[in-house]
Design a protein around this ligand. Sequence first.
Ligand code: FMN
Length: 347
Amino acid sequence: MDYSEFLKTHKVMLAPMAGVSDPAFRQLCAEQGASLAFTEMVSAKGLSYANERTAHLVDLYDGEALAGVQIFGHEPETMAEQAKWIEEALGERLAVIDINMGCPVKKIAGKGDGAALIKDPVLAGQIISAVAQAVQVPVTVKTRRGYYEGSETCIDFARMAQESGAAAIALHGRFATQMYRGEADWDCIARTKQAVTIPVIGNGDVFSAEDALALFSTTDCDAILVARGAEGNPWIFAQINEVLETSGEFGHPISAAPLETGCPTLAPTSEERIEMARRHAHLLHEREPRSVVRMRKHACWYVKGIPGASAARATFNACTMVEDFDHAFDAMLSHLSQVDASHGGVE
Ligand SMILES: Cc1cc2nc3c(=O)[nH]c(=O)nc-3n(C[C@H](O)[C@H](O)[C@H](O)COP(=O)(O)O)c2cc1C
């Protein structure tokens, strides 16, 4: 597959998010127009031990026609073998394998994985070429501006990735040691785009459709990844698609999938947010009843800012079953209708 061509109709994607981008969340984001969604990062080493909990991370939901899978690790051979296993396991449904070279958290980077590879471009290159040679699907690299704050290395890193066989580079405009502090620097994405011929995927601080449009127009990036802006807010994809389509920025459709929503520019009502949260909880429950506890953090994100949200947070954090979430959502809806009634039904 020519990944540059693919990205022309898959411009707005859900970023990999450990503990967040599970099948239920990917489904809701896809329904709202995310043109591709990435799995949570999966350990190549864990897969090589045939660890079921790890393998679970590459399970797709029924109807997930196409997905991106992100792997992490630092052993070229293990990474290549496991990428191959993923390709065989997912077949036609695998669009791309992304290699995590940006995660700064200690338990990943401290073991030489994720962002630690920014400090070892030779090994990073060996990993990229080993994986790219092992699979047919495009292999991309997701990284950061540099490792140490103030020391920008992403341009050289992107050139190295391109020479090693990467089909695209996804760039979060922060240094690894910065974690999430400060603002993402989009200029480094623009500079990297100028320096390589492979597509550059912009990432960092897209919290609205306007942010997405600005990221595209200021960097000339080929596609974007949205992470935190989608938490509790899958509608962001519909809103971004609508703004991009109407802006005429690209002169062609930017999403291969037709929107399944009504009017995406409208912000969802409080009731719609609660009902989306309920649906999310049920999707988690249907796959694996015990996994519904993951809904605790999602539920808090969905209801943020709604009257009664702070009280509801404590309730969500005690929920263990889907019925508990249903009761909590019912209570929020009834609280909302009382608030509406006391305001004469006017919002
Ligand atoms: C909860 C959480 C989990 C994340 N997990 C991953 C991951 O598994 N792999 C990865 O490459 N990045 C991961 N990231 C980073 C995001 O993909 C993204 O690069 C970063 O959040 C910046 O984008 P944003 O400003 O849109 O959030 C994670 C971020 C968050 C908030």
